[in-house]
Design a protein around this ligand. Structure first.
Ligand SMILES: Nc1nc2c(ncn2[C@@H]2O[C@H](COP(=O)(O)OP(=O)(O)OP(=O)(O)O)[C@@H](O)[C@H]2O)c(=O)[nH]1
Ligand SMILES: [Mg+2]
Length: 217
């Protein structure tokens, strides 16, 4: 019984994800689903991206958190429009929630819609939101064992951002191991080494983003 209920929830989600996907395709919008553990730097990375690319891309953001709209406020302070979804306990966003947020955001006027999923390295990866690409963040202080512990999440990534590289000198983090472990489950993902606070490495991420959004650098 439990299994068939799960299947029902997932197939309902999939139906709505297909609607979202069609909307993004029809409107020429690049939609990114950003997934990571709590505190990896999703909001900081998105905010910096908005500021650095403000003359090249119109970015709208859908924020997912269990409680509070603090991340949406940070995104607005960075200069972009944002809609906050409070999941009231759910550990991931659903395609239906995103569907409603697309309308509230007025997404048709955006070049890029970034969805910041609820901080969690497990549940969000099971729910397609209709995104064009999936971006996984892993920050240096979380430890270098995460790709082997959460292989399913890394396997689904189109891009992986290894964030907080400014902390390399302070934390025991085997970068070679992380790169090799990601490659085992995902040979094709683009991998970027960045610091969202110092800006190091962000140019390469921007090039990927602009190319995906069909905006030449
Ligand atoms: N040293 C360093 N700190 C960073 C970097 N990026 C983010 N931080 C810090 O990490 C903390 C968490 O950053 P957030 O951007 O809020 O992380 P998040 O992934 O959005 O967190 P949740 O939304 O709660 O899941 C903040 O104190 C940031 O200033 C970085 O590149 N280097
Ligand atoms: Mg955040």
């Amino acid at each position: 019984m439990k299994v068939s209920l799960n299947q029902k929830i997932l197939s309902r989600n999939e139906e709505c994800a297909q609607k979202n996907k069609a909307f993004f395709a029809e409107n020429g919008i690049l939609c990114l689903n950003v997934i990571s553990s709590p505190g990896s730097g999703k909001t900081t990375t998105i905010s910096r991206t908005i500021q650095d690319l403000h003359d090249k891309l119109t970015i709208g953001v859908i924020e997912g958190d269990i409680k509070t709209d603090t991340d949406a406020q940070k995104i607005r302070a960075a200069g972009a429009e944002a809609v906050q979804i409070e999941t009231q306990g759910a550990c991931h966003l659903s395609a239906e929630q995103v569907h409603r947020a697309i309308e509230a955001l007025g997404a048709e006027k955006m070049d890029v819609v970034i969805i910041e999923n609820v901080g969690n390295l497990v549940c969000p990866s099971a729910f397609d939101l209709g995104e064009s690409a999936r971006v996984i963040l892993l920050s240096v202080p979380e430890g270098d064992d995460k790709p082997v512990k959460y292989p399913g999440t890394f396997a689904e990534a189109d891009a992986v951002l290894i964030n907080k590289i400014d902390l390399f000198d302070y934390i025991d983090f085997n970068l070679e191991r992380v790169l090799a472990d990601i490659r085992v489950v995902n040979p094709d993902a683009k991998i970027f080494q960045v610091s969202a606070t110092t800006g190091e490495g962000m140019e390469q991420w921007y090039e990927w983003l602009l190319e995906r959004a069909n905006k030449k650098t």
